[in-house]
Ligand binder design. Sequence first.
Ligand code: HEC
Ligand code: HEC
Length: 273
Amino acid sequence: MTGTSVLKRLALITAVLFAVLLTVLSLPARPAGADDDDESAGAKFSAEAAATFNKRCTACHTFGKGVKVGPDLKDVTKRRDRPWLHKFIRGSSSVIASGDSVATKLFAEFRQQRMPDWVDLSEKQVDDILDYLAMSGPDIKPADERNAELATAADVDHGRKLFLGETALKYGSEACITCHAVEGAGLRNGSLGPNLTDAYERYQDLALTAFLRKPCFRWQRGSADHYLTAKESFAIKAFLRDRSVHHGAGSNTGSHTPVSAQVIPGNQKRGNQ
Ligand code: HEC
Ligand code: HEC
């Protein structure tokens, strides 16, 4: 390795570490809407409820990590009934004032601070938050946070089609191939952005996940809130990992279709997605 390429590599590693620090450690919740087509662990997952919970409740409550300013909300839907929870969340001060025994006890225990009355949350929004808690929503990882090692061949293939623009991205974002080259993509390689053949290896799973949550280039179509769905992001990550592995291993794993056979137009089965 030459001096300049060592320097380049160091600069890259620094940039990647920064990306990790800034984005992953604070693990921003995926923006509302971005998970709309996702079902996690077989349950219908409300992205809006998750976002509301993260924005309005987690300053004072944990889910399964103990008391914070208020009680741990894990299993709260088991220890209290729904009508009580509705009343309490939207107007805890009047429930406490009414002399309700549970509320009085809670209030005495958490005397330092009072829970705000969430009057602006509708019945439906509160219901959705309670459903989200009941299904252990805060413990469910968005689909894009799964490690790409867990991807199936179908995921990789889906990612390849998204990358090449054979399958349109849900929010109308431009296909990666418009600007990026990746080994095995034939003549359609774009060159405005860096070659991504070993991007997965360079970034590693977590940093790449964080990176893919926003458009990588400011002129690109697609907004920060509506760039890739969690599933698309996971599939593309899986495809990049596959490229990276082939690249690093010299394509000798034998378990994958050779790159050339995968990308010749008309040489692939379509459909079923
Ligand atoms: C500023 C801090 C704060 C915020 C923000 C907050 N809470 Fe609370 N919460 C509390 C406190 C403190 C209590 C204990 C009762 C009291 O003292 O008012 C409590 C109690 C509760 C309880 C009753 C727990 C039990 O064990 O019965 C529920 C349910 C609850 N909060 C839900 C929520 C939800 C849902 C949100 C977000 C929409 C939220 N809280 C936001 C401070 C907060
Ligand atoms: C409109 C052009 C364009 C499109 C479309 C685009 N990118 Fe990029 N991408 C860029 C440019 C330019 C950079 C370099 C940005 C920089 O260095 O600041 C970049 C950087 C990256 C990087 C970091 C590369 C490195 O070596 O550090 C990754 C990863 C990436 N893009 C992935 C993607 C994926 C995945 C898609 C498709 C979902 C995509 N990009 C779509 C232009 C684009």
